[in-house]
Design a protein around this ligand. Structure first.
Ligand SMILES: NC(=O)c1ccc[n+]([C@@H]2O[C@H](COP(=O)([O-])OP(=O)(O)OC[C@H]3O[C@@H](n4cnc5c(N)ncnc54)[C@H](O)[C@@H]3O)[C@@H](O)[C@H]2O)c1
Length: 286
């Protein structure tokens, strides 16, 4: 028996990286999946986003687990496309129990124009709100919403321009908004017995991290830093000694915990999967 038998989960950003892994982890525990992803690039994001073939591969892997999947190319910035994907999922499965609002971008770079700020906010925060909005009318008692933030949500910022450009500032802002949103929404949905929690990863070994703009943000001293250059500084985010990043499974385990009844009385939690990174930027506040 799985922890999520007879449940249905909506996962955004499911074509690759953390989103694909979350979808597979939930499917392993018995859930059927509604998988959405943009599957095309965004101009201010200077690394490739996923492709339709990536979403096809997610479908293949879920079906290999003998679970069912409805996969749609949809932009989380587009409420109509999201509603259509959710409605297709409801038509196929008849219910929705879990939302994993995971899709995100990191439009880092000093050369990114100001619209990069809005792109980050629109995908990473408004996109999460849109995903919840599309799902909410279908969620009943015992449902669980999980939103993917970042350790960035807890960073304090220096005054003045962000070294990672407006898209870098937008990334941090979007994750801070998300954390507040999760807190506030959790209170509103608690009387309906719907739980809302956030997972906040530190560096995670995906294409977002393993990208030229991310390497540059960790090694601004170098013109074109490589993965090896960045590897020297990745551990500085984390308190646990020498840890450069967490793996997708580490985050998926947290998502599974929040999705299933093991966490049935947990709501409004900001669950950091951050190798202790938070400890380095915040004092203890009860
Ligand atoms: N990788 C890290 O180091 C790290 C650290 C902290 C938080 N995060 C967060 O984790 C989440 C997942 O990122 P990842 O590491 O798997 O990166 P990733 O780039 O591998 O995957 C992100 C997925 O989201 C999709 N996506 C992007 N914009 C979209 C849109 N507008 N609509 C629908 N889909 C869209 C992409 O196509 C891609 O498939 C993001 O919210 C990210 O901010 C990542």
């Amino acid at each position: 028996m799985g922890k999520l038998d007879n449940k249905v989960a909506l996962v955004s950003g499911a074509a690759r990286g953390q989103g694909r892994n979350h979808a597979l982890r939930l499917a392993e525990e018995g859930a059927d999946i509604v998988a959405v992803d943009l599957c095309q690039d965004i101009a201010t994001v200077h690394y490739p986003l996923s492709r339709p073939e990536d979403l096809d591969e997610t479908v293949r892997l879920i079906e290999k687990l003998d679970r069912r999947v409805v996969a749609r190319q949809a932009d989380v910035r587009d409420p109509v496309a999201l509603s259509s994907a959710v409605n297709d999922g409801i038509a196929e499965f008849g219910r929705l129990d879990i939302v994993v609002a995971n899709a995100g971008i990191a439009p880092l770079g000093a050369d990114v124009p100001p619209i990069g700020f809005m792109d980050a906010v629109n995908v990473n925060f408004i996109g999460v709100a849109n995903t919840v909005t599309a799902a909410l009318q279908h969620l009943g008692k015992g449902s669980s919403i999980i939103c993917t933030g970042s350790l960035a949500a807890f960073l304090t910022r220096d005054a003045g321009p962000d070294a990672n450009g407006p898209g870098g500032a937008g990334y941090t802002s979007s994750k801070k908004y998300l954390a507040q949103f999760v807190h506030d929404l959790a209170l509103q949905l608690a009387p309906h017995n719907i739980r809302v929690n956030a997972v906040h990863p530190t560096n995670c070994d995906t294409d977002m991290l393993q990208s030229a703009p991310m390497y540059k943000s960790f090694r601004p001293d170098l013109a074109e830093p490589t993965r090896e250059d960045a590897l020297e500084t990745f551990p500085m985010m984390n308190a646990l000694g020498g840890v450069p990043w967490v793996e997708v499974d580490d985050v998926s385990n947290a998502v599974l915990f929040l999705a299933c009844d093991d966490s049935r009385f947990v709501t409004g939690l900001q669950l950091r999967v951050d190798a202790g990174g938070y400890l380095k930027v915040r004092d203890y506040t009860p």
